[in-house]
Design a protein around this ligand. Structure first.
Ligand code: CP
Ligand code: NVA
Length: 328
């Protein structure tokens, strides 16, 4: 069994038992939220929140989550943290982790989060990069579990762009046994390496089909996301043309199982990837997905803090005794 992770950069390599424990921690914290029994393990500690892209759900859930756990947050932007800014990323990581109990980063290049994690003694959490969005998919899996679905036995259809959220779903397919059918237009496929690895390792099966109707047929979950992710705004018109026919509407939903759920990480572009009737309809669980970001990430922050403390104790125990200068 691999040691518990101290950072959350991606879902690759995570043990299923660790994720299930995380869901239990999220449940525990959710049930005592706002009561006298709510734990405050982050009292006296601060999380640095670095946002290079806009955010509603992620910013609010990490901020409220830290406050619930007794801690505080400090917000930083591209002016303080960047690859080409006023100081190196390793210096940023070392300085922040000396003062902060946690570093949460939403940025463009995945390597920024990786570099910060390499040089930080505090846990680093990927709050979305161009490559992946692991917190979203952990919270989505938790949402499905809360909705009474067995994530080892369901069929998930992904309709739309082969983007960061899909990448995290492909990584999650190594952990749980759901099947994943993706319908993405040519030229918008997910990362080839991730897809091949998922095809090879997923027990439930991962496949790409051309027709959204084929992906959705018999699905338990229909998931879509914006056709224009943050940073791609200048291509929005062209993307709308390329994704024509990929809208999740009522007639597409009708091909899924009668009790199928509709999921979207939000923000949604209503009338593009999804119609109002579907996103506001009885099968939609998008609001639960948003709320569960809070509970899941509180569990995540607690789990990473615990793993960091265990790691620090282990390092201290195995460190050689300090050399005392003669005559001291
Ligand atoms: N789903 C999600 O990450 O939302 P925000 O971009 O609003 O944080
Ligand atoms: N794919 C979207 C997800 C937003 C939460 C984006 O990167 O903008």
């Amino acid at each position: 069994m691999s040691p518990a992770p101290v950072h959350l950069i991606d879902l690759s390599g995570l043990e299923k038992s660790w994720v299930l424990d995380l869901f239990e921690e999220a449940d525990r914290l959710r049930l005592v939220r706002g009561t006298r029994n709510a734990p405050r393990p982050f009292a006296g500690r601060t999380a640095a929140l670095v946002f290079h892209k806009p955010s509603l759900r992620t910013r609010v859930s990490f901020t409220i989550g830290m406050h619930d756990l007794g801690g505080d947050v400090v917000e930083l932007s591209i002016a303080e943290v960047s690859e080409t800014g006023r100081e190196s990323l390793p210096d940023v990581a070392r300085s922040l982790s000396g003062m902060c109990g946690l570093i949460v980063v939403r940025t463009f290049a995945h390597r920024i989060v990786q570099t910060l994690a390499e040089h930080s003694s505090a846990p680093v959490i990927n709050a979305l990069t161009d490559f992946s969005h692991p917190c979203q998919v952990l919270a989505d899996l938790y949402t499905l579990k809360r909705a009474g679905r067995d994530v080892d036995a369901i069929n998930i259809a992904w309709i739309g762009d082969g983007n960061n959220v899909l990448h995290s779903w492909l990584q999650a397919s190594h952990i749980f046994d759901f099947s994943l059918s993706i319908a993405v237009p040519d030229g918008f496929e997910p990362d080839g390496g991730l897809f091949i690895e998922a095809e090879r390792h997923s027990k439930g099966g991962v496949r790409r089909v051309r027709d959204p109707r084929e992906a959705v047929a018999g699905a338990d979950v229909v998931y879509t996301d914006t056709w224009t992710s943050m940073g791609q705004e200048k291509d929005a018109d062209w993307r709308r043309v390329m994704f024509a026919g990929m809208t999740v509407n009522e007639s597409l939903m009708a091909l899924a199982k009668p009790d199928a759920l509709f999921m979207h990480c939000l923000p949604a572009h209503r009338g593009e990837e999804v119609t109002n009737e579907v996103i506001d309809g009885p099968q939609s669980i998008v609001v639960a997905q948003a709320e569960n970001r809070l509970h899941l990430q509180k569990g995540l922050m607690v789990a990473l803090m615990r793993a960091t403390e265990v790691k620090k104790r282990t390092v201290r125990k195995s460190a050689p005794a300090p050399v005392v200068p003669a005559g001291a």
